[in-house]
Design a protein around this ligand. Sequence first.
Ligand code: AHG
Ligand code: MN
Ligand code: MN
Length: 332
Amino acid sequence: MRRISLSRFLIEEQRNKNVISSDLRLLIEVVARACKSISIAIGKGALADVLGGAGSDNVQGEAQKKLDVISNEILLEANEWGGHLAAMASEEMELPHAIPNRYPKGEYLLLFDPLDGSSNIDVNVSVGTIFSVLQCPEGITPDAQAFLQAGRRQVCAGYAVYGPTTLLVLTLGDGVNIFTLDRELGSFVLTQADVKIPADTREFAINASNARYWEPPVKRYIDELLAGKDGPRGVDFNMRWVASMVADVHRILCRGGIFLYPLDSKTRAQGGKLRLMYEANPMAFIIEQAGGGATTGRTRILDIQPEKLHQRVPVILGSRNEVERVTAYHCA
Ligand code: AHG
Ligand code: MN
Ligand code: MN
């Protein structure tokens, strides 16, 4: 079998399709290397004393795990010196991280959720890293304002899943490819090219403990699914909820499904639960590139003009026909 490493894949994308620049190629290689380091730290778990709380809160007022802090530091450290970035922003930091003056600066802005699903880390369930890449507008200081670009302007997005295997899922706006980490060689190998999500599904993912807070369109949609073959849909649906967005989205990428973290009365004041810039946007870009849909219930996620770096939004994504159905219920 001919093995295509991530490096070879990126070089060929650059050479044959001209879809990426050398700096973007370097950026992706560096992020992939950081994800390998995070994967190693997670794999050591209690042996390296990396489980449990860090004893601090992030800007969102959430208690940080030790691995939230470690993963954030690994990504910052890896990406600082290469000369490919104008600035970085993270779930774990209130303000963007400027590139120190001793290093050259590049044209890209990198955003990340260093560790997604961190409530699962202490119980040995899959977690991940999500990232998004934008171009820094020319002549603009790379402050928080520079990051406030609609998701459709992303030049690259991806995530790593730290599960039974470590995977890197990547889009450059030309389809979605999955790479598996070969732990002996220490390199990511292309294992699934141009992944497509089935338009129909019988599997859904939602935190049903929030049911009493949902809006009527979501309540109606989920009630219809739960009614199964005795209800208007006429077929049974299955439910899954890992509580790591990365793992739930990855399942949907592999075999279809719909994921909902909708607007509800509990999170209405803050706009939703998930964060637009480093959770919803990169996932929406990947899902759309794989043929799926991603909306807030009312608008396409990738069309939202961000107002704040840590803005939250409702998220409904996955198999196209189901996403369209829930979105139609909201607009009815
Ligand atoms: P994070 O660990 O980065 O804060 O993200 C957690 C998110 C997301 O991964 C997941 O889908 C959701 O929160 C889980 O929410 P519940 O606690 O409601 O299950
Ligand atoms: Mn997250
Ligand atoms: Mn996180």
